[in-house]
Structures are given as structure tokens and as C-alpha cells.
Ligand binder design. Structure first.
Ligand SMILES: [Zn+2]
Length: 352
């Protein structure tokens, strides 16, 4: 009887879901129960990463906005699958399993090293998936051009940023610069240090050993942002190789809700740029091979003024708060997603 009641409750919700605006607060309790994703066998790394991506409103909006370009194209599977996972959050467990199985089968067609039931690395999975979406950019630009519209790749629009590395010889002043494009910022864990300090330390000018043509071996090296992303994803280096052995670094890194990048580290910015934390993927456990991935993310189904946070652990979803996330995830946070406040790029991405 209880099973029947639970089934009816879920079915009623699915039927309601076609006509309900999920931003409404009346459905919060039901929503929290239904937002989980089942584990297909060690797929918590996929579930936690997808939950984090689904909290990124700008990214999801961009994908929908460009739908006219990608919807009938073979290369659109990545976009379709993500939206299918988003929709299946309101469906029955079996339907969720089917959507997730399709997602993984399609992913492993391109990345066969993920064709197993092992727990894999969440940042590596995310990077590969995002790069694959970006690879179809040229095809979509041609389609958009035939439709007399512009295509702006959602991966570029949200995650892409350029960093400049400048090296200057400390004797002759000879200077060289390299510009590199990234979609994730990798940050070494410095235990008992704040994330802000870790990031700014990495950007601050330092002296490095480098042989110049003039014969001098010391140069100054500095990094700065040539462009900033709408979503800044920071990956903390939790998995390291020491003496040829993979080890987990559980050093505590303090982070807060706001991440501020001073203007002096950004070309093209007059003021410091502020980001708000919107989700965190954490790896719980001390082993590099085992453990569990979870995601904490802002509850985007609520109104702006009353936003709570949710902890997603596969099928289990419960309410939490930003204060608890900041307190509890210092030693396990692996990927941190920050959304830029007052982003100028949002206007740019409305090109379709
Ligand atoms: Zn020199």
C-alpha cells in the first residue's frame, strides 16, 4: 500500500509537472524529493557533476536559446542529453535511469576509458564533456549562418577565459608572453589557506629560473586574465602523484560565498570583479579509487530572495545552507562553481 501511495505521489507530480511553474514555492518539498539522480554503479561522479552544471542558469538558458541551431543536428547529443537529464529530474526512477544510461553510453562512445563501472574523476569527466560540446562549434556556426543568425557556443559563452603569462628577464628586460585559453582554473591546495589567497598567490609576480638569450638565468613571471568567464570553475588539486603513487590531498581550503578578483589582475576591467558561489562538487573519502561524489548547489527553483541550498547525493537530496556548505566542505571541495555578478557577457550571449 505504501509503495502504491509513493508511486501515485510521484506519478501525480509527473502529471502536474507539465503545467506547473517550478519556481513556485508550494512544490518545494516535492521538488527536493524528486531532484535526485540514481546511481548506475559508481556513477556518482557523473551525477554530482551534472547537478552542478544544472545549477548554472546562464549555461542552461544559453543552450535553450541556441536550440533552433542544434536541435536537428547529429552533434547536438550533448545538449539534448543534458536537457533530458534536467527534465527527467521530475520523472520516475526508471526514466531517470534510462536518461542517465543514454548519457553515459553516448559519452563512452567518445571516451572509451570511461567505459567501465569504476569511479572516475569528476573534473576529467566534465572537461571532456565540455570540450566535446565545444568541438561542434564550427558545424553549428555554419547552420546558424544558413539561418541568418549568430551562434555563440554555450561552453565558450559561460566558461571560456584567456590568461596571459608574461616572463621578463631580470637583467636585459627581454619580455615574452603566451596567451592560453581555459575553461577550468586549476588551483593547488595549500592547506589552511583561503581560496582567494591561493588564487591571488598564483597571479602575483614571482621570480623563476629561466635562461634568457643574454645568459641570465632569472626572470620575473606573472599571470593575469585577458578575459574573464561568466562561470569561473575552480578545480582544487585533490589527487596527486607522490613517489609514483596516487594520493588524495584533504587539506582544508577556506572559501566563502563571494570570490573577488582585483582589477589589477584583469586586462579590460576597471573595477574588481565579483563572483558568487553557486555549486560545489566534493569528493568524500580518503582514497583516490573509492569514496563518493556529492554536489551542493543553490536551489534555483526558489525565488532570488529566498534561496536555500541543496545537497545532492545521488538519489538523496536534502536542504542545506551556504553556511553549512562553507563549513563542511573545506577538506572535500573539488570543483567550485562561481557565477559572475552583473555579467556583461550575458547580453553578448543573446545573439540568437
Ligand atoms: Zn636577458
Amino acid at each position: 500500500m505504501m509503495i502504491l501511495l509513493m508511486f501515485w505521489r510521484r506519478l501525480s507530480f509527473c502529471l502536474l509537472s507539465n503545467s506547473v511553474d517550478f519556481r513556485g514555492t508550494d512544490y518545494n518539498i516535492v521538488l527536493t524529493e524528486n531532484l535526485g539522480l540514481p546511481n548506475l554503479t559508481n556513477t556518482c561522479y557523473i551525477n554530482a557533476t551534472l547537478q552542478a552544471l544544472l545549477t548554472l542558469k546562464g549555461f542552461i538558458d544559453d543552450i535553450y536559446r541556441q536550440k533552433v541551431v542544434w536541435e536537428n543536428h547529429f552533434y547536438s547529443v550533448g545538449f539534448k542529453e543534458l536537457l533530458s537529464i534536467r527534465h527527467c529530474q521530475f520523472q520516475l526512477d526508471n526514466e531517470k535511469r534510462c536518461s542517465l544510461r543514454r548519457f553515459k553510453d553516448n559519452f563512452v562512445m567518445s571516451f572509451q576509458d570511461f567505459d567501465n563501472d569504476d569511479q572516475m574523476d569528476a573534473p576529467e569527466f566534465m572537461l571532456k564533456w565540455l570540450y566535446r560540446l565545444r568541438e561542434s562549434k564550427d558545424d553549428f556556426e555554419i547552420i546558424a549562418s544558413n539561418l541568418s543568425i549568430c551562434y555563440l557556443c554555450p561552453v565558450d559563452a559561460q566558461f571560456s577565459f584567456d590568461m596571459v603569462q608574461t616572463i621578463t628577464c631580470l637583467r636585459c628586460g627581454s619580455k615574452s608572453s603566451i596567451v592560453e585559453n581555459f575553461i577550468i582554473m586549476t588551483q593547488t591546495v595549500k592547506a589552511n589557506t583561503s581560496l582567494d589567497k591561493c588564487l591571488l598567490d598564483g597571479l602575483t609576480e614571482e621570480t623563476v629560473q629561466r635562461l634568457c638569450d643574454c645568459g641570465f638565468e632569472e626572470s620575473s613571471q606573472k599571470h593575469f586574465f585577458q578575459s574573464l568567464p561568466n562561470v569561473l570553475v575552480v578545480q582544487l588539486t585533490r589527487f596527486l602523484f607522490r613517489n609514483d603513487k596516487a594520493v588524495k590531498d584533504s587539506g582544508a581550503v577556506d572559501f566563502s560565498q563571494i570570490l573577488e578578483i582585483p582589477a589589477k589582475f584583469c586586462v579590460n576591467e576597471r573595477k574588481s570583479v565579483k563572483y558568487s558561489l553557486v555549486s560545489v562538487v566534493s569528493h568524500v573519502g580518503t582514497s583516490t579509487k573509492y569514496g563518493h561524489y556529492i554536489c551542493d548547489g543553490v536551489n534555483s527553483k526558489q525565488s532570488q530572495s529566498s534561496k536555500s541550498w541543496l545537497t545532492y547525493s545521488d538519489n538523496n537530496v536534502k536542504e542545506t545552507s551556504i553556511q553549512d556548505v562553507i563549513k563542511d566542505r573545506k577538506s572535500s571541495a573539488y570543483l567550485l562553481f562561481f557565477e559572475r555578478q552583473n555579467s556583461p557577457l550575458i547580453l553578448k550571449s543573446k545573439s540568437v
